[in-house]
Design a protein. Structure first.
Length: 101
C-alpha cells in the first residue's frame, strides 16, 4: 500500500448521465454489480486527472454499459401499428367529442 492520499471522486456530468440512463433502463445499481461498476467508472471519468486516465475510464464505462443494456429488461414500447390503433381509439371514444368543443 502506498502512503499517497486517496483521491476523492466527484460526481459530474458523466455520473449524472449514467445514473439517468440506468434509471431509464430500470436497472438498480444496488442489485446489479455491472451497473454499480458503471457508476464507479463514471465517477472515475469525471475525476480523471489526465486524458489517458479519462480514455481508459471511458472505454471501460462503454463496455460496462453495453453489458447493462443487454441485460436490462425490455421496455413496453408498442410498434407503429399499436400507436395508430391507440390514436384511433382515442379519436373514436365518446369523450374525444367533448374535448373538441
Amino acid at each position: 500500500m502506498s502512503d499517497a492520499p486517496k483521491r476523492r471522486l466527484r460526481r459530474g456530468a458523466v455520473a449524472a448521465a449514467t445514473t439517468a440512463e440506468l434509471a431509464d433502463l430500470g436497472v438498480d445499481p444496488a442489485a446489479n454489480a455491472q451497473a454499480a461498476a458503471a457508476l464507479r467508472l463514471a465517477a472515475e471519468l469525471d475525476s480523471a486527472p489526465d486524458p489517458k486516465a479519462a480514455a481508459t475510464a471511458a472505454r471501460e464505462l462503454r463496455q460496462a454499459m453495453q453489458v447493462v443494456r443487454a441485460a436490462a429488461p425490455p421496455k413496453e414500447r408498442g410498434d407503429k401499428i399499436d400507436q395508430l390503433a391507440e390514436r384511433r381509439e382515442r379519436r373514436l371514444s365518446p369523450s374525444a367529442g367533448k374535448d373538441a368543443r
